[in-house]
Design a binder for this molecule. Sequence first.
Ligand code: KIV
Ligand code: NA
Length: 267
Amino acid sequence: SRRVTCADIMKRKGGEPIVSLTAYDAPMASILDPHCDFLLVGDSVGMVVHGLPTTVGVTLDMMIMHGQAVMRGAKTALVVVDLPFGSYEAGPQQAFESASRVMMETGCGAVKIEAGVYTADIVRFLTDRGIPVMAHVGLRPQAVNVTGGFKAKGRSNDETDTVLAEAEAAEKAGAFAMVVEGVDEALAGQVTNTVSIPTIGIGASATCDGQILVTPDMLGLFDWTPKFVRRFGNARERIDEAIEAYAAAVRNRTFPGEAEVYRVKKD
Ligand code: KIV
Ligand code: NA
């Protein structure tokens, strides 16, 4: 079947919830692909794959390399690639240079940017020039050094107004969908009811038009995860069991065994 498009995602507003997860490499993308409407190559790659403390150190070249890998593994899901910190905030021109590189070098279907009200002109500039944009409002991890942490939004009327303004600005500027991260349930509902494009929630309640999680988090790869993550698996334990069994088999010389050994005929 053909690949999901941004237009397909847009049409899902208010319909069957949109399913999405993050992906960073080809084999995992191929496992996620049949289950997901879109895959996000998130700049969370910096934290969950490269061990960085925040997403601020992620480069455009890293995003392109992971985007290429995911495109090789994903056959039908739409692939969206994050523009990382420092690659778009200077303005529309810089954003277009970065986003066009991502589109041309990976073949992905859209880019995502963390959207303040100030990014509206960037979203408009990109969409006018053929680059579909997914916005990301609410908790914006790339702004952690200004906001001072990963606290859920919606604690004051001021905060609520800001998130609503970000969402409306992104919609008016032509975004085809938006991630809503780390907001109070009532605010998530308000955003979803206010904008006519799909909202994809992460830590933003079931009121959103779809959900996304960071795949290694939901698989249970880490000891610690934020409150909003449900661990749908226990990858860390399963992997640990496998590695323990391998180490034991090497040490007691039961690996490699009969079936795993080459016995070639000499000529
Ligand atoms: O980088 C990322 O994985 C994201 C999702 C959490 C939405 O932006
Ligand atoms: Na991100």
